[in-house]
Design a binder for this molecule. Sequence first.
Ligand SMILES: [Zn+2]
Length: 230
Amino acid sequence: MFIGILMVWESQQLEVLKRRLDGVTLDPSKHDMLWWIWTVDKVFSVKSVYRQWETQTQSRNALLGSLWKNLSPSKVEIFSWMAIQNRVATRSVLFERNLISELHLAKCPLCDLHVETPQHLLLHCRFSWVVWSEILAWWNIQWVCPSPIAELALWWFGNRFLNLEKYIWEACFFATLWFIWLMRNGFIFNGATKQVSEVTDLVKTIVAMWMKANISSTSRSTLWRISKVI
Ligand SMILES: [Zn+2]
């Protein structure tokens, strides 16, 4: 058993689990049973595993393909693509490549508590988690922090926004990942401060700039709508 202080996103997941279990009543007269969730008759089959694997692979490939939207500069889209695949050069990755000699030197520079994996730095670190939460608060969206970044991306790009809102919403994904990364680098290499409000302000500003650069005829009414959303 692991004992430790839960992070905010872990506490949220625990609450979700508790709510799900609230409606569960155990029947002591029945024995425990194993059910395979990917078949109708609840019985394991190799075919169902293959079908599920195929579905996930297709959705992953579709996700990676859908990243190239020209919403942001190509270096930002490439960075996001690498982040989704856990290939960003965080300290855990440097440790795996023997560029950092000891694991304790691979701690996250933002919280100094956990190993700095791409997933931790860009999503689960308490600093980054607050940044994402603030971004989502603009959209009046509450969330439970997903586990891999790919899952966040699937949810993000599976949005139901339309037109301009869709454009801004998707650009926010790229901008948030990018500025968490830049802030981390500024902190390590230039001794810059780490402020959530600074990152969120930068996300707003850069999304507005990308919008202006990308929308060919940026009419006054379009800019007004941007300012209402951002
Ligand atoms: Zn951290």
